[in-house]
Design a protein around this ligand. Structure first.
Ligand code: C2E
Ligand code: MG
Ligand code: MG
Length: 419
């Protein structure tokens, strides 16, 4: 037997026609399974087969898709940490898939595999990075067998995704803090308020951002306790700012599940009373569609909050999460243009047209309109030209923990005084 003569076993891969396409050496030093999941998107079945085997050796459970259409029909295929993506996919391209990953706000790491030129690959990698996707790089298909391991190595250092139990414990232990990002009158006006954005300081993983735990919280009934903790932290901060004479409106993000929570209003009143904070210093940003079936109930609760003095904002307007029916039926006073439009207004006429239409819509409805995600002077100038009067984004300031925010705000004063 071969194994009697060699200390390694040889795995031969065959394609559909029965030809051997690769010989994979098994050194007997396989890593322990990491329970990670990977997806190979490639219309070449040989590559699927080879990738499947190589990734399997690194502890990945592998699923495959041959086309973009398959992904659209089976979105569950995308529940993975790693994606090997072919750039040429028949009538579609890897760029179409990157757009799709961005629209779905997926966090998976993406490794491009292709027989294309380095220039084409570099362009696709840049396009992915610009969207904020985690692009691992480019591996020519011919080198899949020999070089895949190099790309997988850094992934081992990425901590495993948190579990429900870990998140539950973290909420109980209050391992969360808030960062504050200013909302500013454009182009150089006052700071109208801040948005509170939650972060998890995990003792093992370090600081985790919402993308790493909000979806888990939503899927596992933990969004309500997490939101109460965020409200507690935001109200305590608001009380501190009030004490130092800063009248900053604080915006808190909340989901549909939270609005439907039993005795939500009573508990909310109790917390504001305890902290000595007035409702009128708060904006509640609805981050998610409340669902047509409970628009009536949501309307009742939101009206009650508005009567207490809270402002209500419809977040991420223009995405699948927020719709015209919500705008029509629910008592919003503020509309936030999703940053996927704002970030493209410089180079994409359609994004600019949509942004301008939202600004106009907001004006006609008598709403404040906030442009989210302003990153450049050119975007800001275009927004001002289009009539947008409020903005938020890295170009103005990144979200900052309270002490850093206080220092930043002190520097802005009195030129950009607090509202
Ligand atoms: P959001 O409410 O739309 O918040 C704005 C997000 O855009 C924040 O991401 C912020 O850091 C980011 N951002 C702001 N300016 C820029 C910019 O110029 N460029 C880019 N690329 N990004 C910018 P973050 O903090 O990661 O939060 C992501 C989302 O998580 C939030 O989107 C919100 O939907 C959700 N989230 C955050 N905190 C909470 C919370 O306490 N409760 C709930 N329910 N959701 C939260
Ligand atoms: Mg928000
Ligand atoms: Mg938003």
């Amino acid at each position: 037997m071969l194994n009697d003569y060699f200390p390694v076993s040889l795995n031969v891969l065959y394609n559909n026609s029965g030809y051997p396409i690769a010989v994979v050496h098994d050194t007997g030093q396989q890593e322990p399974p990491m329970q990670s999941n990977a997806l190979i998107i490639d219309d070449d079945l040989d590559v699927q087969l080879l990738g499947n085997m190589l990734l399997g050796q690194h502890g990945y459970a592998v699923v495959t898709a041959s086309s973009f259409g398959e992904l659209a029909r089976q979105p569950e295929l995308l529940n993975v940490e790693l994606i090997l993506l072919d750039i040429g996919l028949g009538e579609f391209s890897g760029l179409d898939v990157l757009d799709y990953l961005y629209d779905l706000r997926l966090n998976a790491s993406v490794l491009l595999i292709s027989s294309c030129s380095k220039e084409t690959a570099a362009y696709a990698i840049e396009a992915g990075r610009e969207k904020g996707l985690h692009m691992l790089g480019f591996l020519p298909k011919a080198n899949l067998l020999t070089n895949l391991k190099t790309f997988l190595e850094p992934l081992k250092k990425i901590p495993k995704a948190p579990t429900r139990e870990e998140l539950d414990n973290a909420i109980r232990d209050k391992q969360f803090f808030l960062e504050y990002q200013p909302k500013k009158e454009l182009p150089r006006g006052r700071i109208m308020g801040v948005e509170a954005l939650v972060r998890w300081r995990d003792p093992e993983r370090g600081v985790l951002y919402p993308d790493a735990f909000i979806p888990l919280a939503e899927q596992s009934d933990l969004m309500v306790p997490l939101t109460w903790l965020v409200i507690e932290l935001a109200l305590a901060q608001q009380a501190e700012w009030q004490a130092q004479g800063w009248r900053l409106n604080v915006a808190i993000n909340m989901t549909a599940a939270f609005i439907k929570e039993e005795k939500m209003l009573e508990k909310f009143d109790q917390l504001t009373r305890q902290c000595g904070v007035s409702h009128s210093g708060l904006t509640l940003e609805l981050t998610e569609s409340v669902g047509v079936e409970c628009l009536g109930y949501a309307c009742h609760i939101l009206n009650a909050l508005q009567q207490r003095g809270c402002q209500l904002a419809l977040d991420d307007f223009g995405t699948g999460y927020s719709s015209l029916i919500q705008l029509h039926r629910l008592p919003f006073s503020e509309l936030k243009i999703d940053r996927s439009f704002v970030s493209r207004i410089e180079h994409d006429r359609n994004a600019l047209a949509i942004t301008a239409s939202i600004i106009d819509l907001g004006r006609r409805l008598g709403l404040k309109v906030v442009a989210e995600g302003i990153e450049t002077a050119a975007q800001l100038a275009l927004l001002v030209e289009t009539g947008c009067t409020l903005g938020q984004g890295y170009f103005i300031a990144r979200p900052l923990p309270a002490p850093a925010f206080n220092a930043w705000l002190s520097q802005q004063l009195p030129a950009a005084s607090v509202a």
